[in-house]
Design a protein around this ligand. Structure first.
Ligand code: CMP
Length: 218
């Protein structure tokens, strides 16, 4: 049996239905949920988790993104868990992800890609230890049930606003539009299915997406 650390990132946790659909798609692959926790990621943990990227130009943005709004952290277990999950998610960059993959279907843009998953067994071991020690992630007997409850609660929610969000980002980049109207449109779209997410968290996430647009335009 193999284990992987999966983080449903803020763009898929704020969009409740998307988070539920992603978790369901992973569980449908015969993966068992052994730990499940919705949480806000402190800066310190975000920096440790993404330490391998610390010299990349996008590192500060990545830290802002992962700590902008809640995430769902899970340990998933299965025979070929690591490869299976990475197959289901598709390529890291949303525009490169196959349209049948989860990132291809629900990813927002580029690195705003709905989920993180461990890329190899040794990384999985390290990431699981880190999130247990620094993130309070715990293996519990009811983790599988918690995940199923989440799916039951949110998968029937509203509709999927992925295409509207992508269009907003795409159009803004094409037109080099970094006006406050774009930010407001992102806030409106990200608010549509954001049950139990605070206004501040929605604004934080919208701002991170907006910052990405600004980077592309500048
Ligand atoms: P993840 O699988 O969590 O691992 C590192 C993350 O960095 C990746 O998903 C993306 O969210 C992000 N990322 C990778 N490359 C870039 C990039 N060029 N610009 C912005 N973010 C990126």
């Amino acid at each position: 049996m193999e284990r992987s650390l999966v983080i449903i990132k803020p763009d898929a946790t704020v969009r409740r239905r998307i988070g539920a659909l992603v978790i369901k798609a992973l569980m449908d692959r015969d993966l068992k949920v052994v730990a499940f926790k919705e949480m806000n990621v402190p800066d310190s943990l975000a920096k440790l988790h993404y330490d391998v990227h610390k010299d990349k130009p996008f590192f500060p943005w990545l830290i802002d993104f992962i700590s902008s709004a809640p995430v769902i952290t899970m340990i998933l277990e299965g025979e070929n868990a690591i490869e299976d999950i990475r197959d289901a998610l598709g390529a890291t960059f949303v525009q490169k992800a196959d349209s049948s993959s989860l990132r291809g279907k629900y990813g927002v843009w580029a690195g705003i890609n709905i989920a993180h998953a461990s890329d190899a067994p040794d990384t999985a071991t390290k990431e699981i230890m880190l999130w247990k020690e620094e993130g309070g992630l715990e293996e519990t007997d009811d983790a599988q049930e918690m995940a199923l409850d989440y799916i039951r609660k949110y998968s029937a929610n509203k509709r999927d606003y992925t295409s509207e969000i992508r269009n907003t980002v795409n159009t803004a980049i094409e037109r080099e539009d970094t006006s406050e109207d774009v930010l407001q449109r992102l806030i409106d779209l990200l608010s549509k299915d954001a049950e139990d997410i605070t206004e501040e968290e929605i604004n934080n996430l919208a701002r991170v997406v907006f910052d990405y647009i600004k980077e592309e335009v500048e």
